[in-house]
Design a protein around this ligand. Structure first.
Ligand SMILES: Cc1cc2nc3c(=O)[nH]c(=O)nc-3n(C[C@H](O)[C@H](O)[C@H](O)COP(=O)(O)O)c2cc1C
Length: 187
């Protein structure tokens, strides 16, 4: 009888041990790298690339939304008094954003996408970075443009936010999902 009881106890202990191990391995799964693809897009071009990038990287997709949307007049770069011209002339401008990104601190790698404005990132990207900080996180830019590169934005942001672990970003104009994957694999 005692032997039977000892056997039952041993089986129960093994069961508990295996269950605990199973829970541990689940936990280590949830500790895998978490990736965010955040983007601002005034007319939809960067949004489309962001969606593909999020699929390729299995990331959470998040839109950076201005509190006040940009109208076509706001985006007129030939108008010296348009909103975008004035914001880009004043590099200290910080257009307000809707602050609804949840658990920002949980992400290890953050891709930030935008349209190139005046050869660099719109200042709303500064607002986004200063709102969430991203200290010691890996941040990578991507953008769409009429042809300008990200050279200026890469250099400016590295200097402005040295607490972030920057990796050089890239313009993804007309990039296919295969092109995006090829770039991500180089990072
Ligand atoms: C205010 C403004 C400034 C721009 N400046 C540049 C520029 O310096 N270089 C460039 O190649 N394209 C420039 N563009 C073009 C945009 O980068 C391009 O159309 C982009 O793909 C738009 O992306 P979106 O649809 O996500 O807003 C500018 C567009 C706007 C509205």
């Amino acid at each position: 009888m005692n032997r039977i009881l000892i056997s039952i106890a041993a089986i129960a202990i093994m069961g508990i041990t295996f269950t605990a191990c199973g829970q541990n391995s689940k936990k280590s799964g949830s500790e895998a790298t978490k990736t965010l693809v955040a983007y601002f897009s005034a007319t939809g071009t960067t949004a489309a690339v962001a969606k593909d990038l999020a699929e390729v990287t299995e990331a959470t997709l998040y839109e950076i939304k201005p509190e006040v949307k940009y109208t076509a007049e706001d985006l007129d770069w030939t108008d010296k008094t348009s909103r975008s011209t004035l914001e880009m002339q004043d590099r200290g401008s910080r257009p307000a954003i809707i602050k609804d990104l949840k658990d920002a601190d949980n992400y290890d790698v953050i891709y930030i996408g935008f349209p190139v404005w005046w050869y660099t990132a719109p200042t709303i990207i500064n607002t986004f970075i200063e709102t969430y900080g991203f200290k010691d996180k890996t941040v990578i830019f991507f953008a769409t443009s009429g042809g300008s590169s990200l050279e200026k934005a890469n250099a400016e942001f590295k200097e402005a936010y040295p607490e972030i672990n920057w990796k050089d970003g890239k313009t993804l104009n007309k990039a296919s999902k295969e092109d995006i994957k090829a770039w991500v694999d180089t990072l």
